[in-house]
Design a protein around this ligand. Structure first.
Ligand SMILES: Cc1ncc(COP(=O)(O)O)c(C=O)c1O
Length: 499
């Protein structure tokens, strides 16, 4: 898409604009930190051999864009981002909803594909993945064992890969063996098989609120009802609310992401995970745990999945290598506890097996020890991207915005002041080539109209910075058009075009 189609004309490539651009990039990359003083106009002019007026113009442009501020008698400083409050515990309806996938939202699932700056896809950019080593291993595997191309492979999956998965789980206290693992086509197949094993059409499944729309689509396809459980953006679902909701026997299964949920980013503390597992076990309600984002902790140690507290096989643990290693391979797994035999049968019926060549390639990658190194690099990059995204939201979104910086994963869940409809906001953003996911997508009761999800999946650049700025500006304009009590627009609204 060219810049005109993108909705803006480029600014003339003047010297002052080039300098402003360069400095904006330095701010976006964290080379110039909030509160840091910029070189004086005179100093910059002699350093860069530019006229005083050119430097002054560049500083004015940065000031207009809200990136720097002038302090009387002192000079120019990188503007500190505003503090924002975190969203409160969500309060979804207390009755189960039939899940009806909103057909009109479908273009927004895929709308990002044509967007110039796409914050809607939860798939990391290709540069984050070790594609060349995987390519080499793939051809080694097909050279050394060509017979696997002429065979269906085992329904349960490659034994070496299952052994690696079981071995890696020791780090978080996993107590299962290779035989307890079934390899699937992505985490999605694992979740599908689990739900199929433990529910019947019409059953009620307790989920987080908001919840990943892919899960809602699965519930819909099995004709299941969703009971949204209040969820805190930092500590996850309220176990107390779940306790109340499961008293009358209406809930037949629970499907949760205790580690870095998508889209809300929460991380349940260990103690809450333990209570959750004990509660569901005592009520004989299976817990399907989606641990897709468990490896994406930003600091410290890998959080334990709820499965680590499971003593009876009531937790079915699902995950994959899709986000961590090879999105294109679609290799996932499930440790199904009490439902192991049932799931082996269902895997056989569903897709029979997962391509053996892909499983063996991953097994070799894990064998060679490069995986942990890769994960460390990936986590660092993701954490940086999220920090940039969060700083940009603080800088450019209306002051009454609420959001929290997650401790892991790569999604930001943002709550705009009441009265803003993020579906309308998205339509305006798409006209300028910017995509994100509107909040309604994540709730069967169509709550969260004023919320949005931003995925920080690409290396952060000024393009992303400006796109977040533009979303914030358009949100502020919408607020001005429909003022809401207590809602205020940001101090700076600058229609700087996005490149
Ligand atoms: C929470 C969650 N679960 C499952 C999936 C699907 O995982 P996979 O791609 O391994 O099938 C996704 C994909 O984005 C996700 O966000």
């Amino acid at each position: 898409m060219n810049d005109l189609a993108f909705g803006h004309r480029r600014k003339a490539d003047t010297l002052y604009h080039q300098l402003a651009e360069e400095m904006a990039q330095a701010i976006a990359a964290g080379l110039l930190k909030p509160g840091e003083k910029l070189p004086s106009v005179r100093k910059m002019s002699s350093q860069r051999q530019l006229s005083l007026s050119t430097v002054m113009e560049a500083y004015r442009e940065l000031e207009d864009r809200g990136l720097i501020e002038a302090r009387p008698q002192s000079g120019f400083y990188v503007r500190p981002a505003q503090a924002m409050q975190i969203p409160l515990l969500t309060q979804p309806p207390q009755t189960p909803s039939r899940v009806i996938t909103q057909a009109e939202f479908w273009p927004y699932h895929v709308g990002g594909a044509s967007a110039r700056v796409d914050f809607s896809f939860a798939v990391l950019a290709p540069e984050h993945y070790p594609t060349q080593p995987l390519q080499r291993l793939l051809s080694q595997v097909s050279r050394h064992a060509p017979e696997i191309l002429a065979d269906y492979g085992r329904p349960q999956g490659d034994p070496e890969l299952r052994r690696h998965i079981a071995r890696r789980s020791l780090a978080w206290g996993g107590q299962f063996e290779a035989d307890d693992v079934i390899i699937t086509q992505g985490c999605l197949e694992a979740l599908n098989l689990c739900l199929r094993a433990v529910t019947r059409p019409g059953d009620v499944v307790a989920i987080e609120s908001p919840a990943y729309f892919g899960l809602l689509q699965i519930l819909e396809s099995f004709n299941l009802k969703a009971l949204e459980i209040p969820t805190h953006p930092q500590t996850g679902i309220s176990v107390e609310a779940l306790e109340l909701a499961t008293r009358n026997g209406q809930v037949q299964a629970c499907l949760l992401l205790p580690n870095f949920s998508n889209p809300i980013g929460c991380l349940m503390p260990d103690e809450a995970k333990r209570r959750l597992v004990e509660l569901l076990d005592s009520r004989n309600i299976p817990l399907i745990e989606d641990d897709l984002y468990g490896e994406f902790f930003h600091h410290g140690e890998r959080p334990r999945p709820a499965k680590a507290f499971d003593r009876t096989g009531n937790v079915m643990l699902c995950s994959s290598f899709t986000k961590t290693l090879a999105p294109g391979f679609r290799v996932g797994w499930v440790v199904a506890g009490r439902w192991q035999r049932e799931l082996e049968k269902l895997k056989f019926i569903n897709t029979f097996s997962t391509p053996a060549i892909l499983q063996q390639t991953i097994a070799r990658f894990l064998e060679n020890g490069g995986y942990d190194h890769h994960l460390r690099k990936l986590r660092r990059a993701v954490c940086e991207q999220v920090e940039h995204g969060a700083a940009a939201v603080r800088r450019y979104f209306p002051a009454n915005t609420r959001f929290t910086v997650p401790e892991g994963g790569f999604v930001l869940w943002i709550e705009l002041p009441e009265g803003i409809d993020t579906l309308q906001l998205l339509q305006r953003c798409l006209q300028e080539g910017i995509a994100f996911s509107p909040g309604e997508l994540f709730s069967p009761s169509r709550s969260y109209r004023n919320c949005l999800r931003i995925c920080c999946v690409q290396t952060w650049t000024t393009r992303h910075e400006k796109a977040v700025q533009r979303i914030g500006e358009l949100a502020a304009e919408m607020l001005l058009q429909a003022p809401v009590a207590g809602a205020t627009a940001p101090a700076v609204i600058d229609p700087t075009p996005i490149k």
